[in-house]
Design a binder for this molecule. Structure first.
Ligand code: 0O2
Length: 214
């Protein structure tokens, strides 16, 4: 005989992946509209491309273990913020902050937390800006707020982070110090590339605005 409480837990557990998928779909839709509008209005969208995913159950379990949380649904919902995850890649750093300002001002989502690893890179050199947001889903039972993580990066930061993820992230041994130093050096190079591109953009925009010489 299955107790009522256990049956409820099973029901909640099976409903969860669909909730996170719906939250991500809503988010994708909003970002898509934004991209189209920016493109139509300014002829340029700060959003280069987006990628989203639902974290696989194995990764969720590993993360809970890593953080020292016992596996319960409550703990998972409370402590794992990136079950629904979206990465937004922008061309320039200032596009990221422009987008963050916009997202913070919207009334159809809540920004719960901002982690600015661009202003404060991680010790390994990792740069990105993370937002933990909550998306409202209108269900039969009422409105339920579902969390999602948005990672915002430039193309150069994305290149570094994707490579570092392949090379090292979750590698469970200590990296030799010269390898760690070289990874950091590569992150600095990515940062310099971002700054150089921004300078070039400014220069090109100035040239475009200058009246044509006789
Ligand atoms: P995966 O496999 O990419 O999904 P906290 O919010 O502090 O409770 P959390 O969620 O670990 O804990 O915070 P943080 O530091 O914001 O990291 C969230 C995600 O950012 C990670 O998810 C990675 O995707 C990415 N990330 C963070 N640090 C690094 C890094 O040093 N290198 C790379 N390449 N990515 C990083 P997961 O679940 O750890 O990994």
């Amino acid at each position: 005989q299955v107790s009522e409480e256990f049956a409820k837990q099973i029901e909640n557990f099976t409903a969860l992946p669909a909730l996170y998928r719906h939250a991500l779909n809503e988010l994708e839709n909003k970002i898509d509209i934004l991209k189209t509008e920016w493109q139509a209005r300014d002829g340029y969208s700060p959003i280069e491309h987006i990628k989203s995913r639902i974290k696989d159950p194995k990764s969720i379990l590993h993360k809970m273990e890593r953080k020292g949380h016992e596996f319960t649904l409550d703990n998972m919902e409370q402590h794992i913020h990136d079950i629904a995850g979206m990465r937004i890649v922008c061309a320039f750093v200032k596009d990221i902050y422009r987008l963050v300002d916009h997202l913070c001002a919207r009334e159809d989502m809540r920004v719960l937390e901002i982690k600015d690893y661009i202003a404060h890179p991680k010790s390994n050199g990792y740069q990105s800006l993370h937002l933990i947001v909550a998306m409202p889903l209108v269900l039969l039972e009422g409105t339920r707020w579902v969390k999602a993580e948005i990672q915002l990066r430039t193309l150069a930061m994305d290149f570094w982070a994707s490579m570092e993820h392949i090379l090292y992230y979750k590698f469970d041994k200590q990296l030799p110090s010269h390898v760690a130093e070289e990874l950091k050096e590569a992150a600095r190079a990515a940062d310099e590339l971002d700054q150089k591109m921004l300078r070039l953009r400014r220069e090109i925009l100035e040239l475009a605005e200058r009246p044509a010489e006789e």
